[in-house]
Design a protein around this ligand. Structure first.
Ligand code: HEC
Length: 162
């Protein structure tokens, strides 16, 4: 009886594994646009996810929102934006670890400094620290041989949040 159960278990397990194996190769996504083996599909997804450039797109938006949040004295919004900005760079660095060295000053100095100003709700300290953060954006761009990416104070608001 016990043996029969064991055999049934292994037969079931084999069927499940075989079934999954078949599933891995099946096209996925709307109209099955994502094709190939499981590794090939992951490769396609990582290409769509993008590397550091995609992260920077979001960082730029969040930096501007952070800037205005400080000017508005909307400290809770500023705290939200810096948290999201940090997370975005962290994920970008996870995808492109070769950039991590250039980002060190930004991660270990610029972010905590601005966070401190937000926590202190001190407009003057914020002004100084966000300026320093902006310079650190630019020094990383220089370290990455992209001096042409010059971040300057934002001129216009990007979102409807005040
Ligand atoms: C690793 C250090 C590093 C830091 C820190 C950094 N950047 Fe970047 N940034 C890059 C690199 C590298 C690129 C080019 C990425 C690519 O396209 O592959 C880039 C690209 C950009 C772009 C152009 C994106 C596009 O349209 O292609 C903007 C805008 C930008 N960064 C803004 C910022 C701002 C604002 C900050 C600071 C809040 C910042 N960056 C901090 C390295 C950095």
């Amino acid at each position: 009886m016990e043996r029969k159960k064991t055999v049934t278990f292994f037969v079931a397990l084999t069927l499940i594994i075989a079934g999954c194996g078949g599933d891995f190769d099946r096209p996925a996504g709307s109209d099955g646009w994502l094709t190939g083996g499981v590794n090939e599909k992951f490769e396609t997804v990582t290409e769509h996810l993008g590397g550091f450039g995609k992260a920077m797109w979001e960082v730029d938006y969040r930096f501007q929102e952070l800037w205005w949040a400080g000017k508005d004295g909307n400290w809770d919004y500023a705290a939200h934006q810096i948290e999201e900005l940090e997370e975005t760079i962290e994920l970008g660095l996870e995808r492109r670890p070769a950039r991590a060295l250039s980002a060190q000053q930004f991660m270990t100095k610029a972010i905590p400094d601005v966070e401190e100003a937000i926590e202190s709700r001190d407009p003057e300290m914020f002004e100084r620290r966000i300026d320093m953060m902006m310079n650190t954006c630019n020094s990383c761009h220089a370290l990455e041989d992209m001096e042409f990416l010059t971040v300057k104070p934002p001129l216009q608001r990007q979102s409807s949040i005040r």
